[in-house]
Design a protein around this ligand. Structure first.
Ligand SMILES: [Mg+2]
Length: 414
């Protein structure tokens, strides 16, 4: 039986949520940007009005303002995006339990078995669009197709607030005309490689000799060729709700007082490594990092900061934690430290991002997942950070001292 898959994509997600929360922004060119003072001062999302001026995602703020002098720049509010994202998913699961998130603003829905109840796929798609508009005040574009890859492609074809149906009969007309870069998993590097062989559209790719593609690009080449020809059999995962834990934290009293920055780094890295490993175990990402410091006068204080993008690798968490430490340095040597990851959200199966920083963050996560496996098999010390060798006595086995804070335990944190 042919499957019916929907891909629902919230239009200009971050910018739309900002406009929803602040009516003064509506109808104006708006860009959600990372901290203008930090190196992350780039456009994360923009409204259609800003886009019309040539403002693009990933652009530095100064450049965006050159294009559009009246541009309204607002900082991101990840907690709100997580909230709205969760509300949208709640709405989707009233149609099927097969809901697979892809990032915060996109989901696949397998509605094959839901059509008896709710009508054919395109009807469900229109229904969802109407409800999201009415109940959440946002617009979505929906692709309806017989597999995930074409459903995703469909949701990109008409925006905003539109339904596009890609069928066995029309995919050659609709999908094949599109640039090959629109195909899921075809990033800028692959696009450039394919272009060298004259493959510009999805149709160009579909019409290639599959053996030729195999010798040029290996297994990936075959996979992409199958996608282009509508042969994607991958299933839509069953929805797993938000992580059951709200924060993941870890603290330690150091074996000796921490005097130098190097001392603090060793301890923070050990804490961050274990916090990040636990995040990955829970398949969660955090949007806020909190540290706690107790110095030899036994004064205890906590400070927190927002990450520019949600992360689940220890380098991003460490960088935020060490920045916090430097900004809130105690007067005396440090006795104990804690690191907590807050503002948790479920991590999608694969995070594909166009932003260089997020791509780097994803690569770090992949690297650390490999480290997780090595440590699971050969023990924690099979892989160590070079900094820990400065004073191995400080390199605590944070793993053994996990402190997990369950939902509700910390009440109002985020
Ligand atoms: Mg979107």
């Amino acid at each position: 039986m042919e499957r019916t898959i929907l891909h629902v994509d919230m239009n200009n997600f971050y910018a739309s949520v900002e406009c929803l929360d602040n009516p003064a922004l509506r109808g104006k060119p708006v860009a959600v940007c990372g901290d203008p003072a930090a190196r992350h001062g780039i456009v994360l999302a923009k409204s259609y009005e800003a886009k019309a001026y040539g403002v693009t995602t990933g652009q530095p703020i100064w450049q965006a303002k050159q294009r559009c002098p009246d541009l309204l720049v607002v900082p991101p509010h990840y907690d709100r995006y997580l909230e709205v994202s969760a509300a949208a998913r709640e709405l989707y699961i009233s149609y099927t339990d097969r809901v697979e998130p892809f990032g915060l603003d996109e989901c696949w829905l397998d509605v094959t078995g839901s059509q008896q109840l709710f009508g054919p796929g395109p009807v469900i798609a229109d229904d969802i669009r109407g409800r999201v508009r009415l109940e959440l005040g946002l617009t979505v574009s929906v692709g309806v197709s017989f597999n995930k890859v074409f459903a995703k492609l469909g949701s990109d074809l008409k925006k905003p607030d539109a339904t596009t149906v890609i069928t066995q009969d029309n995919y050659r007309d609709l999908a094949w005309r599109q640039p090959v870069s629109d195909l899921l998993y075809v990033g800028p590097a692959t696009t450039a490689k394919l272009a060298r062989y004259g493959i510009k559209t999805i149709g160009d790719l579909a019409r290639m000799n599959v053996h030729g593609l195999h010798s040029l690009f290996g297994k990936v080449g075959v996979m992409l060729w199958q996608f282009a020809n509508g042969q994607d059999n991958s299933g839509v995962a069953t929805y797993t709700a938000l992580p059951l834990i709200k924060t993941v934290g870890n603290s330690t009293t150091a074996p000796r007082d921490l005097v130098t920055d190097e001392d603090v780094k060793i301890t923070l890295y050990a804490l961050c490594d274990s916090v990040a490993a636990r995040l990955r175990e829970q398949n969660a990402m955090c949007s806020t990092v909190q540290i706690g410091i107790r110095d030899t006068s036994l004064l205890w204080y906590e400070r927190q900061s927002k990450l520019t993008y949600p992360a689940q690798n220890s380098t991003d968490i460490f960088n935020a934690a060490f920045d916090l430490f430097q900004e809130n340095r105690p007067r005396n040597p440090v006795r104990s430290l804690s690191v907590r990851a807050c503002g948790l959200s479920p991590a999608g199966p694969v995070q594909l991002s166009l932003l260089p920083d997020e791509q780097r963050s994803q690569r770090l996560t992949d690297l650390e997942r490999t480290m997780d496996k090595i440590r699971e098999k050969y023990g924690r010390n099979a892989v160590r950070r070079a900094v820990s060798l400065v004073d191995p006595a400080l390199d605590l086995d944070a793993e053994a001292e996990h402190i997990i804070h369950p939902i509700g335990f910390l009440g109002t944190l985020n």
